[in-house]
Design a protein around this ligand. Sequence first.
Ligand SMILES: NC(=O)c1ccc[n+]([C@@H]2O[C@H](COP(=O)([O-])OP(=O)(O)OC[C@H]3O[C@@H](n4cnc5c(N)ncnc54)[C@H](O)[C@@H]3O)[C@@H](O)[C@H]2O)c1
Length: 467
Amino acid sequence: MDTYVDSREAWNNPTLAKKGEARLDAAGKFRISVFGIGYVGIVSAACLARDGHDVVAVDVNQDKVNLLNRGLPPIVEPKLAERIRSVVRAGRLKATTDSLAAVSSTDISLVCVGTPSQDNGSLETSFVSRVAQEIGESIRNTTNFHSVVMRSTMLPGTMENIVIPILERTSGKRACQDFGVAYLPEFLREGTAIADHDDPGTIVIGVDNDPLTLRRLLKLHAHFSAKPCILSIRGAEAVKYANNAWHATKISFANEMGLLCKAMGVDSHQVMNVLVADKKLNISPAYLKPGFAFGGSCLPKDISALRYAGRNADIDTPLLDAVLQANENQIQSAFRLITATGKRRVGLIGLSFKPDTDDLRYSPMLEIAERLIGRGYQLAIYDSNVRLSRLTGVNRDHLTSRLPHIACLLREKMSDLASFAEVLVVGNRKEFLKNSSILKGHDKIIIDLVRIAPERQTGSDYRGICW
Ligand SMILES: NC(=O)c1ccc[n+]([C@@H]2O[C@H](COP(=O)([O-])OP(=O)(O)OC[C@H]3O[C@@H](n4cnc5c(N)ncnc54)[C@H](O)[C@@H]3O)[C@@H](O)[C@H]2O)c1
């Protein structure tokens, strides 16, 4: 997903240099159109003008335009009124309904129009399409390199499938050659929008093969302490949704825990204060990498117990219910990836519920093995921690007495698996990497549940579960 682009290309690109763009950007100040004087657009416009850029705010709503030109804010937002008053007075922020005039007098357009939900939940893109058409028509006869930067929240692919085609059709020009395109998601929150703008938690720039637009956006954000993350346009579109889904999930999780805590006679705020104090496992990147299902002796059992406690107290736990359902979905997804290969001889790399343990309790790899056996697949399994020669005592007894149908499939060496299987299912990254030289040269399909290498792309002989 990441496409890190060297912004110095813009300086060295003769076409761009000919257009005088290098000179224009050297001062670090831009002429910017902001489309949409709503909650996002007005904050961006006022803050960019405060940073010294010349800003024209464009809206179809004449009342908003009039208000802004009188130095008045069209929305309620702390600290916004003062900021607007000072930049309008200084002549750095103006408003208009004339999109053609705005685009032709500026170098960058930031588009912040609404993308509301339709009745069926789908995204309303008509406002974005309308603005793309207006900008496209406006840049048809311009000679400067205009960068069209979308800020509205849009599903991955909207830039590629809707916005860029409209811009190209209406301008008669090529994106990234004759004009720039980028996606710059907005993360501000209403009520703290100015503070969020001045000190953003994250800055994400989505750009594909457009070094000049990238360079412009890097300059616009150069004074912030947050370092911009540069992604593909699609990646940046997706990041915005991942953020909002994460925030919504956090809120519902806290609320559901609150209801459960109350029912169990516990102060929920005390519990959550302690939870967030753990920066190693709780408020951290831990457990936030897409991959395979969870298992083990704790998570499935403890979620089940909490749901049971909720039921006893007449408390619904839809989020915890969905957590188990989502985990089951992940096992089904892996199973479907395996069966879709059409091969019958399958090798599993890893059997315990995670690396560096022999614990098989609630292991999702064990579940995969059971399902494959049930469907008549031929199976072999390698896990250096779950070898009969290595296991002793209770674990060995458990395996041979309770899981004899699995015990007989365990292989002592990875090479045994390599010579047997047509498909290798990797559920333990360490085991795979440790033995990758043994697997080299073998003509296998790899089903990757653990992201063995970030550069590997799903294709005929390699399929990643979430990538
Ligand atoms: N509100 C937030 O807190 C927030 C935060 C981050 C991202 N976003 C996203 O930013 C986008 C804008 O959200 P908002 O809350 O500012 O929307 P909003 O509805 O407050 O403002 C949209 C503005 O766009 C104007 N507009 C519509 N068509 C236009 C056109 N053709 N030309 C010029 N202006 C036009 C409307 O008149 C309106 O003033 C959405 O995609 C939203 O999901 C919103």
